[in-house]
Design a protein around this ligand. Structure first.
Ligand code: SF4
Ligand code: SF4
Length: 112
């Protein structure tokens, strides 16, 4: 028993210190998509190709709004692939825990 304890102490910790120390996602990781309002043309292409339909474009009171819900996003990257303006990019961010669905919505808007 003492030998096992000695070996264990000698080996040290084999796991990361997350969440106390943030873990970086590996290269090529497809995380939380980010919208860039200054680049968006509100063409709706991303919404048209999103498999789980978690992006939608609305037009109301002289304003176009593009909304993305992280709730249901499968991180496929189709939105980024089709966007000609580079207005949606998948990031390395993976922390998406939330208490409400509303907190998982992000929107950008432009006056018509
Ligand atoms: S994010 Fe790109 S594809 Fe989506 S509406 Fe904006 S410009 Fe069009
Ligand atoms: S990554 Fe895929 S599922 Fe998520 S918003 Fe983009 S197209 Fe939709």
């Amino acid at each position: 028993m003492l030998e096992i304890l000695k070996k264990t102490l000698k080996a040290g910790s084999q796991t990361t210190k997350y969440p106390q120390i943030p873990d970086e996602a590996p290269e090529g990781f497809r995380g939380k998509p980010q919208l860039f309002p200054d680049r968006c043309t509100y063409c709706g292409e991303c919404a048209a190709v999103c498999p789980p339909n978690v992006i939608w474009l609305t037009e109301e009171r002289g304003e176009k709004t593009l909304t993305l819900s992280y709730c249901g996003c499968i991180f496929c990257g189709r939105c980024e692939e089709v966007c000609q303006s580079g207005a949606v990019k998948l990031t390395q961010e993976y922390e998406l825990a939330s208490k409400t669905k509303e907190d998982l919505l992000t929107s950008i808007r432009r006056k018509l």
